[in-house]
Design a protein around this ligand. Structure first.
Ligand code: NDP
Length: 469
């Protein structure tokens, strides 16, 4: 660990009596997380509320420059942030993991700063002139999960600040130090009190959702918690963006080349060791190329090293917490008990150090098996055989979750036709989970509502205001 990482960690952790945070790969102590009280939360909201008019008054150009300055600060601290993230979350430095996540923070800050959003002239004729403006909302409350703690925080912070709001952010109790360190770095480039982190558990999140001086909640996490937040926030009629759980389907068409698509499917499913909302979590493959796709995926998966995040060769890591390890273990056991065929993995050593679950591929599995219809959020992919494409589409569309999906084919036009029949916030063609700060992202059904990213994402953290003359 570099000295610099220790410096940043020392600035954000509680040396006295905070909650101990352990490295999910080694069980070693990472640090102590401070615990905010209800009074701390109220004081943070009061400071953010007081700072908001001044932040809005600085004007859009100043706020854009501030976001670029914040991106510069993240770049300057990129390696120490990545190392802390790796130790607390477990994800490796390399692959689409810790360094990638810090890089994404920079990309989202800069792109969000530069997005164009002008007042819209909606009517301009002899009957009159109406212009739609986008005003700040006030204080935005941000609540995030433990899988991509820094990147998802930036997804909430960057558009909110750009639109003239101030932000109070509550990180996940599993990964608070990563978010506190990120906020510390961002605040070196931002005015006082426009961004305040309040570390605590669900009770602090609940209070934020009920607070009368908070105008909007941006939440990313489980559907279950999302439902309780919608109830809590309704008394004060808050605006809400809900990015919730997913159980994304990928459909391979019979013209696809198994070897050409195997690596893309692998990373679509196993990015961040499967702990990704919009990862590919169930793969539907036609009988005609089923064996070849299974073989190609096994070949790719066998080459991907899993281990301690700080060891440079690894690209897959542990599950972030034991509860998630147990969910994956339970679902793979259910699949094995039902007679499904394990192609790779599926044999964890429950007594080995760290929350490691081996890369697991499961074939010949019933489409209604729990490993297929429940979100595993870990490194276990069920591969379901189909003979009728209409049936595969029906299976893909059958769940309450509908975040993302993908279609894999050598014929793009045909893939787009299938994509149009899928229910999801995003359907990718020959890739999966490839988010982009310019492209709106959100869920259908119980995967949530409201869009993030792009101009659509800016509008979600603004109050539309029409001036009609
Ligand atoms: P949780 O819903 O358990 O927690 C998310 C956040 O909500 C945490 O900060 C948690 O605090 C907080 N929280 C818990 N209870 C309440 C409450 N009553 N009121 C307000 N806040 C509360 O999700 P996980 O962290 O376990 O994340 C995994 C889930 O998130 C998966 O289902 C995944 O699909 C989904 N997800 C969705 C994404 C998307 O973009 N759609 C992206 C990433 C994940 P604490 O943990 O400290 O108690």
């Amino acid at each position: 660990m570099s000295t610099q990482t220790t410096d940043l960690l020392d600035r954000v952790q509680d040396p006295e009596d905070g909650r101990e945070i352990l490295d999910p790969a080694t069980g070693e102590r990472v640090g102590f997380a401070p615990q905010a009280t209800a009074e701390d939360l109220d004081a943070a909201v009061a400071r953010a509320l007081a700072a908001q008019p001044g932040w809005a008054a600085t004007g859009e150009d100043s706020r854009r420059q501030a976001l670029h300055a914040a991106a510069d600060a993240v770049e300057a601290h990129a390696e120490e942030l990545a190392r802390l993230l790796s130790r607390e979350q477990g994800k490796p430095l390399n692959g689409p993991n810790a360094r990638f996540e810090v890089g994404a923070c920079v990309a989202w800050l800069r792109t969000t700063a530069d997005l164009p959003l002008e007042p819209e002239v909606v009517v301009d004729d002899e009957s009159g002139r109406a212009i739609l403006h986008y005003r700040p909302l006030g204080v935005v409350g941000a609540i995030g999960p433990w899988n991509w703690p820094m990147m998802i925080s930036i997804w909430q912070i960057a558009p909110s600040l750009r639109m003239g709001n101030t932000v109070v952010i509550k990180p996940s109790g599993y990964t608070p130090l990563s978010v506190l360190a990120l906020v510390e770095v961002l605040n070196s480039a931002l005015p006082a009190d426009v961004l305040i982190a309040v570390p605590g558990r669900g009770d602090i999140g609940d209070r934020l959702c009920r607070h009368p001086d908070v105008a909007k909640i941006m939440f990313t996490g489980s559907t279950e918690t999302g439902k309780s937040i919608v109830k809590a926030a309704s008394d004060t009629m808050k605006r809400m963006t809900m990015e919730l759980g997913g159980n994304d389907a990928g459909i391979v068409l019979d013209d696809a080349d198994p070897r050409a698509l195997a690596e893309g499917i692998f990373w679509g499913a196993f990015i961040n060791t499967g702990q990704t909302c919009a990862a590919l979590k169930r793969l539907y493959v036609p009988e005609s190329i089923y064996a070849q796709v299974c073989d190609a995926l096994v070949e790719v998966a066998k080459t991907m090293p899993m281990g301690i995040g700080l060891e440079e060769q690894n690209v897959l890591g542990p599950l972030q917490n034991r509860a998630q390890w147990e969910i994956v273990d339970r679902l793979v056991r259910a699949a094995k008990d039902s007679g499904a065929r394990v192609l790779l993995g599926g044999d964890p050593d429950a007594h080995a150090p760290g929350n490691f679950y081996p890369t697991t591929l499961v074939a010949d599995i019933d489409p209604q098996n729990p490993l297929v219809v429940q979100e595993q959020f870990g490194p276990a992919l069920p591969i379901i055989k189909y003979t009728d494409l209409d049936q595969a589409i029906e299976w893909a569309n059958a769940l309450d979750e509908a975040l993302g999906s993908s279609v894999w084919s050598a014929d793009t036009d045909r893939a787009i036709e299938v994509a149009a029949r899928l229910v999801a916030g995003t359907t990718w063609i020959n890739k999966h989970g490839a988010v982009d700060p310019r492209i709106p992202f959100g869920g259908a059904r119980e995967s949530g509502f409201g869009m993030e990213f792009g101009v659509a994402g800016l509008k979600e953290v603004a109050q539309p205001h029409v001036i009609s003359q």
